[in-house]
Design a protein around this ligand. Structure first.
Ligand SMILES: *[C@@H]1O[C@H](CO)[C@@H](O)[C@H](O)[C@H]1NC(C)=O
Ligand SMILES: *[C@@H]1O[C@H](CO)[C@@H](O)[C@H](O)[C@H]1NC(C)=O
Ligand SMILES: *[C@@H]1O[C@H](CO)[C@@H](O)[C@H](O)[C@H]1NC(C)=O
Ligand SMILES: *[C@@H]1O[C@H](CO)[C@@H](O)[C@H](O)[C@H]1NC(C)=O
Length: 709
């Protein structure tokens, strides 16, 4: 309905204006129309995706239909826009329009030829569906289990051999590597050709909207790698003893399917005084802060940060008895996002809930900003800012004041031995973020390498494990990368990688403004959160690197590794001391805290607060899946119509006319208006019906072609 009204207004413009302006306005309304079509696609894809996630029997086939139709539409709309653009001349005020047109003309992988697009989504959707719903995983017991149970058992299992078997059972559900290498990965070359790039690396940098992004990531990694290697050595030291330090670790020892998160090992790695870890975990369990409750805590933190409330209906409609990592499904409307998550309690899931909740807040903020339209919210681009802000929020949840308010760890207690506690907190985050950074880059670099053709054909099938051994010091299988939706759907990780870097810079920019280490960082961010809100409001209106300077309060203009390395200063020192013990680290400055402490089970519920969340690939699938669909902009539409109505009134009104003539002309205009409105509505309905019809026909044709092929 709102869409119809908007178009009505546009057509009024066109009809009431004269001559050459018509071409101009026609083009603007065509862009609006295409955006509305994208909106439609978003809605339909989201519904189908949701059904699929809920395990509906038609879910997968419906999702496939929608995703195919989306690609066909994405490709065909570029033709319409390109031809209409030829008769349009940009004016100076057209900055936003220019941006939209650029996004429309270069929509990413949907530019693939239809048969190739269909191949890509069929492969990815089918594989993800199988992984999600298989029930033949080995959980180390006599009966087979689900993915959720597999994740849980993996965290708890201590027997090496059993963990290895569990991972193998997972690998059996992954798609065929040769199929991927022959038919899916090379599609990236075609996508980059269609977008006029010579190399996939340039194409990915372009989608990440940062020139030389991959080069930058390599450079940043060079500075972060020493810390990663130290953590790796420390893990090896603890698991296998000093003789193995520096050698690659078999991935199952990390209790991880792909080695991108080492959190399950934390109990083996804790420093001598793990008080804060034990209490936070115990309190999480006591309060059962998993699933919905974890999301509600996250929502509290978001409010404490003065970003506003999250609509409670989001949680009512979400589902928390599925599997983790959390998936967000986006209908591209301000308040229509839903999450599928699990109810299991763990520090990691708690952290992920924070990140996911902040992503929802981000989407809402972008959506509510007056001149953001679908395209500017849901562009097929990979924004590091979109990754960094939710990641930053999750770091804040680990802040001592935030832990205290959540009833997870008393501030009084933190005031004794603060550095011991900080160290433990850094370890918790590091076990998630450092392996992830490494994995993100590894997944991109390996794919680029295979595509460059530098690996001899005979070695390609084993090249992932080879690459991972050198680059990550992890011994994996040749196929485990095929459990990753980003890989299955040919998406780059570059945006996520840079997002992790940036989140530490944002953290540092606020932390440096604090009067003292003891001040409440959450409060401070709440008091000066406008630089974050501003960035969220912009959506994809500008490219994200242009926001970085303001986001960091102009301290830095670009990405720097120092935010991250400074954050981990204590951990870095600790790892040095562990790897090369010297006498003076033997001094133990730990003081037994002497504070009256409430019994854990007496902690009043009102004190609860949200816990940390970190940057997480957990939500990958969801957000970028629905990438192009646009949300609706209630405000902008309202504004547009107000302006238009005023113009319509002014247009007829000649000030020299006398009062009665004015009135007469108004009422004439009123009647003409009604007549035109009726006509326009009829035409519109016809246009939309025809468009839908032709989409459907195209789709059916595709399907026939496909099944014939
Ligand atoms: C478990 O899965 C394996 C491998 O897919 C299968 O061979 C076996 O029959 C399953 N066992 C049960 C009890 O379902
Ligand atoms: C890429 O496009 C070319 C030319 O259209 C085609 O021959 C080739 O098969 C495509 N690649 C893949 C992997 O489909
Ligand atoms: C989750 O809960 C809903 C009802 O709340 C139920 O219909 C569904 O079967 C459950 N799913 C799983 C995987 O347990
Ligand atoms: C978009 O909105 C911002 C803030 O409301 C405003 O400054 C800017 O001029 C608007 N841009 C357009 C093209 O309307």
């Amino acid at each position: 309905m709102r869409a119809t009204l908007t178009l009505l207004v546009i057509y009024f413009h066109v009809l009431l204006s004269s001559g050459s302006d018509n071409d101009q306005r026609w083009f603007v309304s065509l862009v609006d129309l295409v955006e509305l079509d994208y909106e439609d696609h978003c809605e339909q894809r989201a519904s189908a995706y949701w059904d699929e996630l809920m395990g509906s029997s038609k879910g997968l086939s419906m999702k496939l239909e929608r995703d195919k139709a989306f690609g066909i539409f994405g490709r065909s709309q570029t033709t319409d826009i390109r031809s209409a653009l030829s008769s349009y001349t940009y004016t100076q005020e057209d900055e936003i329009l220019r941006r939209k047109v650029k996004l429309l003309l270069q929509p990413g992988d949907t530019l693939l030829k239809t048969e190739q697009w269909i191949r890509l989504v069929t492969f990815g959707d089918t594989a993800m569906n199988k992984i999600r719903f298989a029930t033949n995983y080995d959980c180390g017991t006599t009966t087979n289990c689900t993915l959720r149970e597999l994740h849980n058992s993996l965290a708890r299992q201590h027997d090496e051999e059993t963990v290895r078997r569990m991972k193998e059972s997972w690998e059996k559900n992954l798609p065929d590597l040769n199929d991927y290498l022959d038919n899916i990965l090379p599609l990236l070359r075609n996508s980059s050709n269609e977008t006029n790039f010579n190399s996939v690396e340039e194409y990915w940098d372009f989608l990440g909207e940062y020139e030389g992004a991959t080069l930058k990531a390599r450079e940043l990694w060079d500075h972060i790698k020493p810390l990663y290697v130290k953590l790796h050595k420390y893990v090896t030291l603890k698991l296998k003893g000093p003789d193995e330090v520096g050698k690659p670790l078999p991935v199952h020892l990390l209790k991880s399917l792909t080695g991108d998160d080492w959190s399950n090992l934390i109990e083996n790695l804790l420093p001598k005084h793990p008080d804060i870890y034990q209490k936070v975990l115990a309190n999480l369990q006591l309060k059962e802060l998993g699933g919905l409750k974890a999301f509600k805590e996250a929502s509290k933190l978001i409010q404490e940060l003065s970003f506003g409330e999250l609509e409670p209906q989001i949680w009512e409609e979400s589902v928390f008895n599925g599997s983790c990592p959390t998936i967000l499904v986006d209908w591209c409307k301000p308040n229509k996002v839903r999450a599928v998550s699990c109810k299991d309690v763990s520090i990691g899931n708690y952290i992920d809930a924070h990140e996911a909740a902040m992503k929802i807040k981000y989407k809402q903020t972008t959506a509510l900003h007056s001149n953001n339209t679908y395209l500017l919210r849901e562009a097929a681009r990979y924004s590091a800012v979109y990754e960094a802000i939710p990641g930053f929020t999750s770091l804040l949840a680990l802040n001592p004041h935030a832990l205290d308010r959540a009833g997870l760890y008393q501030l009084d207690r933190f005031n004794f031995n603060p550095n011991h506690h900080r160290l433990v907190l850094q370890l918790i985050v590091a076990l998630r973020d450092l392996p992830k950074l490494n994995y993100f880059l590894a997944a991109d670099e390996w794919r680029l390498k295979v595509l460059m053709g530098t690996i001899p054909q005979s070695k390609i099938a084993t090249s992932w494990s080879e690459f991972r051994k050198n680059f990550s010091l992890i011994e994996t299988s040749n196929v485990d990368i095929l459990g990753d939706s980003y890989v299955l759907l040919n998406k780059p990780y570059i945006g996520k990688f840079l997002g992790v870097i940036l989140k530490y810079q944002i953290y540092q920019s606020f932390a440096e403004e604090l009067a003292s280490d003891e001040s409440d960082l959450v409060k401070h961010v709440a008091d000066s959160n406008s630089r974050i809100t501003d960035a969220m409001m912009q959506g994809f209106g500008v490219i994200w690197p242009e926001m970085v300077s303001d986001l960091l309060a102009k301290r830095e203009n670009g990405l720097e590794y120092t935010g991250l390395t400074d954050y981990y200063r204590l951990l870095d020192e600790y790892l040095d001391n562990q790897l090369e013990p010297s006498e003076n680290n033997e001094i133990d400055d730990y003081i037994e805290p002497v504070i009256p402490e409430p019994e854990e089970n007496e902690i009043p519920a009102a004190q609860e607060k949200p816990e940390e969340s970190f940057n997480q690939p957990q939500t990958h699938e969801n957000i970028l899946d629905n990438i192009i669909e646009t949300g609706e902009e209630s405000h902008s539409k309202f504004e547009t119509s107000t302006v238009a109505v005023m113009e319509i009134k002014n247009a007829p009104g000649d000030q020299k006319e006398d009062e009665s003539r004015k009135e007469a002309s108004y009422s004439t205009y009123w009647w003409i208006g009604i007549a035109v409105a009726v006509a326009v509505i009829v035409i519109l309905i016809a246009i939309i019906a025809r468009k839908r019809h032709s989409h459907r026909k195209q789709l059916e044709k595709q399907r026939r072609d496909h099944s014939r092929a």
